[in-house]
Design a protein around this ligand. Sequence first.
Ligand code: NAD
Ligand code: ZN
Ligand code: ZN
Length: 354
Amino acid sequence: MEHGQQEQVIKAVQYREVGSDPVVVDVPEPEAGAGQVVLDVLAAGLCHSDIAVMGWPAEQVPFALPLTLGHEGVGRVAQLGDGVEGVAVGDVVAVYGPWGCGRCRTCAQGQEQICERAAAEGIRPPGLGRDGALAERLLVDDARHLVPLDGLDPVEAAPLTDAGLTPYHAVKTALPRLTPGSTAVVIGVGGLGHVAVQILKALTSARVVALDVDEDSLDLARTVGADEVLRSDEKAAAKIREMTDGRGAQGVFDFVGAPPTVQLAHDAAGTGADVAVVGIGGGALPVEFGRIAYDAAVRAPYWGSRSELVEVLDLARAGAISLHVERYGIDEAPAAYARLHEGKVRGRAVVVPG
Ligand code: NAD
Ligand code: ZN
Ligand code: ZN
């Protein structure tokens, strides 16, 4: 900073101390160093994972606080560091969140979310270890993380970077099992789940059965195209067996991941099913020969690849998926997190800082 110049500040939503609620504070405006890009944030989504992270005890938090939250972001390019090519000031872009080293085997495949070196090199996603998108401005490490929005609405597009990308990756992995005549089960029709239903309808001819404990979420599931909706309770697996003539489901996507839902996922899985435990609700799913269906595969997928984000944005542009969003100003972000914590958000809560 030059002598006499006032330090510029921006508003940011921060998690400042273990166990405390998020707060809106002024922080110094980020500056783009060599190779970096600064965005004016247009929209940032609130993910239930943020609630989980803010519930971890101190010894489990793998990064320093305070932290600016927000790992789903869309912005307009405001400043380019030295040497940045391929984007221009004014471009509107979505941010690919699970940054990797960009050079290892998996990063070379575009699968930066499972970078082999990120942990060793201390590379973390914005909002999950690096300052995130719940702020007026966001610093992005490299232009390769930016995907042009090309006409998508920024508020609907922000959740596509996680609430869209994560179920897209899970469904794409399961596609070989989701043949005509198959059944796909979606457990938890929240931010991720309501997009999962639409991705399944767009990419497969599977019958989609959606489950939730909340009536409004079941209504949302119907609105976005679920063929059947069920209350998520101890009778649900038997009902799924009944509606599939005893076969069970070929794809089960659990966006809760709590003990009762992984049990439901286990019991609903038919022969050769692909079971994806996406939610981080602390449920463990035992894989025991003779108990889980023959040839069932259980996965714990994480986020998605760079090329999959490009595909998700294409799918949205084609009109095959649309996000149901609740909009909030940046000062309302702590209240929006409280609503998410209480299970009151339908679809995705998105903060519009401007
Ligand atoms: P959300 O709060 O928007 O949605 C959760 C939904 O599950 C709500 O509709 C709620 O009513 C429903 N639900 C709660 N208990 C249920 C039960 N017993 N049975 C059925 N439905 C139930 O959450 P979200 O942001 O969509 O995130 C979903 C989960 O996925 C969270 O655990 C989150 O941390 C996790 N997540 C994982 C990844 C990953 O890469 N694996 C990425 C993003 C989010
Ligand atoms: Zn998330
Ligand atoms: Zn890597």
